[in-house]
Design a binder for this molecule. Structure first.
Ligand SMILES: Nc1ncnc2c1ncn2[C@@H]1O[C@H](COP(=O)(O)OP(=O)(O)OP(=O)(O)O)[C@@H](O)[C@H]1O
Ligand SMILES: [Mg+2]
Length: 266
């Protein structure tokens, strides 16, 4: 089981879009995959659950021990892809974790029963530097940080990576940064070109693939499409397919050593 956290505390940079496409794409390539929604906004959950009122148990129930892992996990319409959903109740977990011992290990422990069932676990994190996000990063074997091609997102990326580096230095987070995925790229704009130039010179492990900015991305949320679905946008799907191949290559070769300090260069 290899657990990949899709994380960045900046909101709206494409974390959920990346998490659902990555998880679905891995499953469609024959890898048994679990998508875990670690965000009370539950956007990844909505992508695969027709009626959210159907959800009887979520990640919070598993972490707090109210429900067994296997009871909370659901199948999805995609063969080989299961979902551990979120509901608004996940917002309570932050407070509940505070009074738990070994709180930062709690998500890792909650996912342990999936070790033999899944090749990949994909965690969709919330835009926050919370205890829940930290616990998700502790559970990860590698971290993918999406960043949109905007100035604010790129400056926020340095802060996020610095935050993870602090916990890495303390040995709390062990997962290396697998890569930074630049999303919402529009080569026609000066800001995209400047952002890509800054990131290129940052020393960060950028994925070679950039995800283009496409209005279709919004439509795909409404229609709940992912790469490989008939009707999904051609170049968004192509970008996510190329990204998935890079993830597979990077997770099978040794993850690059700690990127401590690299974020400061952005
Ligand atoms: N490549 C893209 N081009 C254009 N719009 C996109 C693209 N990817 C995602 N979006 C849109 O941008 C918005 C934010 O995307 P998404 O929900 O994936 O980001 P997020 O980082 O998960 O947000 P949050 O921080 O709120 O969890 C959504 O409306 C989504 O449809
Ligand atoms: Mg999200």
């Amino acid at each position: 089981m290899h657990t990949i956290a899709i994380a960045n505390h900046k909101g709206g940079v494409g974390k959920t879009t990346t998490a659902v496409n990555l998880a679905a794409g891995l499953a469609r390539r024959g890898h048994r995959t679990l998508l875990v929604d670690v965000d009370a906004q539950a956007h990844a959950t909505f992508w695969f659950v027709d009626d959210p009122d159907d959800i009887e148990a979520d990640l919070q129930d598993v972490v707090t021990g109210r429900v067994a892992f296997r009871e909370a996990v659901r199948t999805t319409r995609i063969e080989g892809l299961d979902l551990l959903p979120a509901t608004l109740a996940l917002a309570q977990l932050e407070v509940q974790l505070v009074s738990m011992t070994r709180r930062e290990d709690r998500i890792a422990r909650a996912l342990e029963p999936g070790r033999d069932a899944y090749e990949f676990v994909v965690l969709d994190l919330a835009p926050s530097l919370s205890l829940v996000s930290l616990a998700a990063l502790v559970a990860a074997d590698s971290i993918v940080a999406p960043v949109s091609a905007t100035k604010l997102a790129v400056s926020g990326l340095g802060a996020f990576l610095g935050w993870t580096d602090d916990f890495r230095l303390e040995g709390v987070i062990t997962a290396p940064l697998l890569g930074v995925l630049v999303t919402m790229v529009d080569y026609r704009t000066r800001v995209t070109r400047e952002v890509l130039e800054a990131l290129d010179g940052s020393g960060l492990p950028l994925f070679a693939t950039n995800v283009p900015r496409r209005v279709a991305a919004e439509d795909q949320v409404g229609e709940r499409l992912v790469t490989g679905d008939a009707g999904s946008s051609g170049d968004l799907s192509a970008a996510y397919d190329a990204f998935i191949e890079e993830v597979l290559t990077r997770t099978t070769t040794t993850c690059s050593s700690s990127t401590a300090g690299a974020g400061e260069q952005v």
